[in-house]
Write a protein that binds this ligand. Structure first.
Ligand SMILES: Nc1ncnc2c1ncn2[C@@H]1O[C@H](COP(=O)(O)OP(=O)(O)OP(=O)(O)O)[C@@H](O)[C@H]1O
Length: 269
């Protein structure tokens, strides 16, 4: 069963009258992880933001985005806000940008959770504390009282993952969640994503430049080039028998780059 079906998605920049995504159709199977790979500017992030309806106003979109059969493209902004976080949760590359720099991270967490569940302050604290401990964050209460700039990139990513654990969204969309991290933190964050899926079988879309990371977490892959999906399929099949020249190029250059990650995972890739 597909939890998400994207049909004929087209995105264009109304300011420059330029098409960004031409005509993308793909689906996400319930409980599976779909990776999107491709070079910088190929359209991975705008595609994910289109699903969340979070692109800038001048980037227009058409086509159908069916989440459990409901067309997200037809929802009002207010209805869409209710889906964000609880049904579809976006985890970004830079944890710093996800939080308001002017308040301690606990405020953001409480506001997000209050919007979806209406829990009291102590209930929220209790649930976040447990989730933060489960992603190896020590002293959760102390962390909640810190400003984003007082925490490392890896810690902020783990706070985001802890929030996702509490929200239990149907779909997590992770846009290069490990790119800004050092190799050790990358390893830990990838482990946490794997555990997330084991824990409640959530479905996931995972963007990464690092094909080593992608091979570790994803079941299927879309390869994007210049706003077009040029290849798709099971991750191992695509990476071992790429049909498109561009996929071959990505595999040969990008897998070489992930050798450090490979080493630390101690695995054949
Ligand atoms: N805010 C924006 N305004 C106008 N055009 C944009 C905007 N964001 C992205 N684009 C355009 O959309 C295209 C795809 O960008 P996108 O960020 O999705 O690429 P990407 O594959 O995610 O790249 P990267 O790996 O570097 O993040 C680019 O040509 C870019 O110029």
């Amino acid at each position: 069963m597909n939890i998400l079906e994207v049909e004929h998605l087209k995105l264009w920049d109304a300011n420059r009258n330029k098409v960004i995504i031409h005509n993308s159709s793909f689906h996400l199977k319930q409980g599976s992880c779909l990776a999107i790979v491709g070079e910088s500017g190929s359209g991975k992030s705008v595609t994910c933001r289109a699903i969340m309806r979070l692109n800038k106003a001048w980037i227009r979109q058409s086509g159908d985005i069916l989440f459990k059969g409901e067309n997200l493209n037809h929802l009002t902004e207010k209805e869409m806000r209710k889906r964000r976080g609880k049904n579809l949760c976006l985890i970004l590359q830079n944890g710093m940008r996800a939080f308001d720099p002017s308040c301690v991270v606990g405020v953001h967490l409480k506001e997000t959770l209050a919007e979806h569940f209406g829990w009291s302050k102590s209930e929220t604290e209790q649930k976040m504390k447990k989730a933060m401990e489960s992603v190896m964050l020590k002293d959760p209460l102390e962390i909640m009282n810190k400003y984003p700039h007082q925490l490392s990139g890896g810690m902020l990513q783990r706070v985001m993952i802890a929030l996702a654990i509490v929200l239990e969204p149907d779909i997590i969309i992770a846009d290069e969640p490990t790119t800004a991290l050092d190799t050790i933190s990358q390893y830990e964050v990838v482990e946490q994503f794997t555990k997330l899926r084991e824990r409640w079988g959530c479905s996931m879309i995972f963007i990464s430049h690092d094909l080593g990371v992608v091979k570790k977490v994803a079941d299927d892959v879309l390869v994007m080039k210049d706003g077009v999906i040029v290849e798709r399929g099971n991750i191992h099949a695509v990476f071992s028998e790429a049909k498109h020249e561009y996929t071959n190029y990505l595999v040969s250059t990008r897998l070489a780059l992930s050798s450090r990650f490979k080493k630390i995972m101690g695995e054949e890739m």
